[in-house]
Design a protein around this ligand. Structure first.
Ligand code: GDP
Length: 140
C-alpha cells in the first residue's frame, strides 16, 4: 500500500451550508489525514485554469461561476491509496448515482453542486496541489 497525497476541495454549496466539519469527519473516518487546508475565494479566471480540462464542455461556464460564487476550502489529504480512497468517500459525480454513506450521497445538491472535488490520478493530484499550496504549507 502506497502512502499518497491527493487534492480536495470543499465546494461553495457545502461551505455555504456549514458542512466543512461533517465532510472532514468523513475523510478522517476513512483514514485520510488533512495535512494542509485553507479557505479561499477563487476568481473566475482561477477557476477557469483549474477546470481547464473541461473548457469545451457545455457546463464549463456554469461550473466556473459556481466555483467562484462563494468561498471554498482547499485541502491536501494523505493516506494509503489516498487518491482512490478519497474518490470512494466522495461518491459518484451525480449524487443520484452515489453510494449510501458517501459525501455526495449525503450532502450534494446536484451533479454541478456536488460538495467536493478530488483528484483522479497521481499526475493531476501533484498538479492540483502545486496550484494551490507551496511546499512550506504541506506539513505531513
Ligand atoms: P468529478 O471528478 O466527479 O468531480 O467529475 P468530473 O471531473 O466529470 O466533473 C468535474 C465537475 O464538473 C463535477 O464535479 C461537477 O461539479 C461538474 N459537472 C460535471 N458534469 C456536469 C453537468 O452535467 N452539469 C453541471 N452543471 N456540472 C457538471
Amino acid at each position: 500500500m502506497a502512502i499518497e497525497r491527493t487534492f480536495s476541495i470543499i465546494k461553495p454549496d457545502a461551505t455555504r451550508r456549514n458542512l466543512i466539519g461533517k465532510i472532514n469527519a468523513k475523510f478522517e473516518e476513512a483514514g485520510l489525514r488533512i495535512v494542509a487546508q485553507k479557505r479561499i475565494h477563487m476568481t473566475k479566471a482561477q477557476a477557469g485554469v483549474f477546470y481547464g480540462v473541461h473548457a469545451e464542455r457545455p457546463f464549463f461556464d456554469e461550473l466556473c461561476e459556481f466555483m467562484c460564487s462563494e468561498p471554498i476550502v482547499v485541502q491536501v489529504l494523505e493516506g494509503e491509496n489516498a487518491i482512490s480512497k478519497n474518490r470512494e468517500v466522495m461518491g459518484a459525480t451525480n449524487p443520484a448515482d452515489a453510494a449510501e454513506g458517501t459525501i455526495r450521497f449525503e450532502f450534494a445538491k446536484s451533479v454541478g453542486e456536488n460538495s467536493v472535488h478530488g483528484s483522479d490520478a497521481p499526475e493531476t493530484a501533484a498538479e492540483e496541489i502545486a496550484y494551490f499550496f507551496s511546499g512550506l504549507e504541506l506539513v505531513g
